[in-house]
Design a protein around this ligand. Structure first.
Ligand code: ADP
Ligand code: MG
Length: 629
């Protein structure tokens, strides 16, 4: 016999410490966790047996068994699922694989009071130590000779040894119950806990009561939850199924239980979480919805089942038509799967639309969590583009509330033909952009795009309800044709008292000085307060997108910008006068460069030549001081 003592990963030790000392009233959830693992293990073996039926031997009926021994004060949870080999045993029951749990442990440490959250999050297998002071695991992996034993008192170390008395196949977890957890020796109590948390488990859960020698065939409903009529399923059962199948512990924000009948048949039970899953923005953009074929779990990693922009969905889709022995290759480009994908996508978007209309505040909570993901679809999925644009919500210059495009459109000014937006890192910074000044003055609303994905979909979308999208940092401002409303007209009239300077000579001069650095110079329509700003030419890439691409090394060169001068600004006016008088001075040239650098700074960009900037600024300041003196 080889017996080895190993240490838990540091995080596990910390977690066990929290778990063991938790003065937590909901300790019963340990059973939910162990049954959930047993059920997963059976699902996994059932799948492997599709291609390798020998793995099942003559034991094809999956079951989970609870057995009590009052004398020994033990409760065992066994399954005839896939089992574990030595490496898996050490990896799975010695470390924390799930990033969610790891993050949870970190969180708990920072707030000692957080122990009550254990029930909410669930800590999987380790929750056994809430009720047991010693846990033994005997296991044999399906198809392998060697069995293994794992044992620990949850204090830093565990023991692993080979084991001849391990079950034929699968895993048996024995809990040596703590003094204050003896209630889990009672059949009635176990039955109650199973009903509460594990009734949705599709595999029969048997109960063997050691004392009375009773053996109940099944204490749960033992049918797949999604196959039952909605009216037979309670909210609690729906919720527990979500926790089990998503390995999540928040409450679902929305659920969708449906059956599609017709040419192809499938059922679905899908959930949208109320909290952001940890891997939401992982570059793999993995789907987590489980694919079943006629109640048999196939995979939770099927790229073709749902579009990546719905990767926040959790739950199950169960097809009646796919062959049971579907391989990865068969799933690729499978027309049946493609139909399921588009059918489910439409259903989900339709349901979201209903929510958006009927419960707009609640919908905003969803949007804050998953809007940035859903918007990827605007870019990727032309077939759902309209629907997705309808679902999209944005911040705008009109106030703090999120707005839909339809609402934006209803507020558009007479003569306004485009939906204006500005994109950048964050709302606060965007609101200070000089390019917004003219829009604010004419009362034209501008959408504030702050998700990186906004830069991408705006480059492919033609428009919304016949209206095109236009960045306020690109091209002309198009403000001339827009009729300002009465108040704003009055404001404008006030401003007009001071007439614009004739800046044509200044424009020509600056253009000449900066000809190597910018594409053009012009008098601005969009500025009211700032002296200068930069904009991109109509055909050029949006400035923010350009910055994003450069950051990610997807772009090397920068398109040359257009420098706009504000003819209402006193600095520009003075310069216009001065250039009129004498355009040959070195000082005037310095000023032209400084104007450009100033515009760059306003844009949040780094200066290409800070040294020259500093020298010019010093020179101009010095002259300013000496004339004053
Ligand atoms: P999770 O179930 O979320 O992965 P757990 O802590 O509950 O986290 O379990 C850790 C891992 O241990 C599981 O992912 C699984 O690989 C393994 N495991 C636990 N119980 C069993 C079991 N009864 N049969 C086979 N593997 C198991
Ligand atoms: Mg688990």
């Amino acid at each position: 016999m080889t017996e080895e003592k190993l240490s838990f990963q540091a995080e596990v030790s910390r977690l066990l410490d929290i778990v063991a000392n938790a003065l937590y009233s909901n300790k019963e959830i340990f059973l939910r966790e162990l049954i959930s693992n047993a059920s997963d293990a059976c699902d996994r073996l059932r799948y492997l047996a599709l291609t390798n039926p020998d793995l099942l031997g003559d034991d094809a009926a999956f079951a989970i068994t609870l057995a009590t021994d009052k004398q020994a004060s033990t409760l065992t949870v066994s399954d005839n699922g896939v089992g574990m080999n030595r490496e898996e045993l050490i990896e799975n029951l010695g470390t924390i694989a799930r990033s969610g749990t790891a993050a949870f442990v970190k969180d708990m440490e920072s707030q000692k009071e957080g122990a009550g959250l254990i029930g909410q999050f669930g800590v999987g297998f380790y929750s056994a130590f809430m009720v047991a002071d010693r846990v033994e695991v005997e296991t044999r992996k399906a198809g392998e000779e060697q069995g293994w034993r794992w044992a620990s008192d949850g204090l830093g170390e565990f023991l692993v040894a080979d084991h001849t008395e391990a079950p034929e196949r699968g895993t048996k977890v024995t809990l040596h119950l703590k003094e204050d957890a003896k209630e889990y020796l009672e059949a009635a109590r176990l039955r109650q806990v199973v009903k509460t948390y594990s009734d949705h488990i599709a595999i029969p859960i048997r109960l063997i009561d050691g004392e009375e020698g009773e053996d109940e065939a099944s204490i749960n409903a033992a049918s797949a939850l999604w196959t039952r009529p909605k009216s037979d399923i309670s909210d609690e059962q729906y919720k527990e199924f979500y926790h089990h199948t998503a390995h999540a512990f928040d409450d679902p924000w929305m659920r969708l239980h449906f059956k599609a009948e017709g040419v192809i048949e499938y059922a679905g039970l899908l959930y949208i979480p109320s909290m952001k899953p940890f891997d939401l923005f992982h570059p793999e953009r993995k789907s987590h919805v489980k694919l079943y074929v006629r109640r048999v779990f196939i995979t939770d990693d099927c790229e073709e089942l749902l579009p990546a922009y719905l990767r926040f969905l959790r739950g199950v889709i169960d097809s009646e038509d796919l062959p049971l022995n579907v391989s990865r290759e068969l799933l690729q480009n499978n027309p049946m799967l493609a139909k399921i994908k588009s059918g489910v996508t439409k259903r989900v978007l339709a349901e979201l639309k209903k929510k958006a209309e009927k419960a707009s505040d609640d919908y905003k909570a969803f949007w804050e969590n998953f809007g940035a993901v859903l918007k990827e679809g605007i870019y990727e999925d032309q077939s759902q583009r309209e629907a997705l644009l309808d679902l999209a919500r944005f911040h705008s210059t009109a106030g703090d509330e999120l707005t839909s495009l339809a609402d934006y459109a209803s507020r558009m000014k007479e003569g306004q033909e485009t939906i204006f937006y500005i994109s950048g890192e964050d709302r606060e910074a965007l609101l200070k952009s000089p390019q917004l000044e003219g829009f604010r003055a004419t009362g034209v609303e501008v959408l504030l795009f702050t998700d990186p994905v906004d830069d991408f979909w705006t480059s492919v979308v033609e428009g919304y309800q016949e209206k095109t999208f236009k960045s306020v940092t690109r091209g002309g401002a198009d403000l001339k044709n827009i009729v300002a409303n009465e108040d704003e007209k009055a404001d404008e009239a006030d401003a007009k008292d001071e007439s614009d300077a004739d800046v044509s000579a200044l424009v020509t001069f600056v253009k000449l000085v900066l000809k190597d650095e910018i594409k053009d110079v012009r008098a601005s329509e969009r500025l009211t307060e700032s002296p200068v700003c930069l904009v991109a030419d109509d055909d050029d890439i949006d400035m923010h997108l350009e910055r994003v691409l450069k950051q990610h090394k997807q772009l090397n060169e920068t398109a040359r910008r257009i420098l706009e001068l504000n003819p209402k600004h006193s600095l520009v006016k003075k310069l216009a006068l001065e250039i009129g008088a004498d355009s040959s001075s070195a000082k005037a040239e310095d000023v032209a460069h400084l104007l450009l650098d100033q515009a760059r700074i306003l844009e949040g960009e780094t200066l290409p030549d800070p040294l020259a900037f500093s020298r010019r600024l010093a020179a101009v300041m010095e002259k300013g001081l000496s004339t004053d003196a």
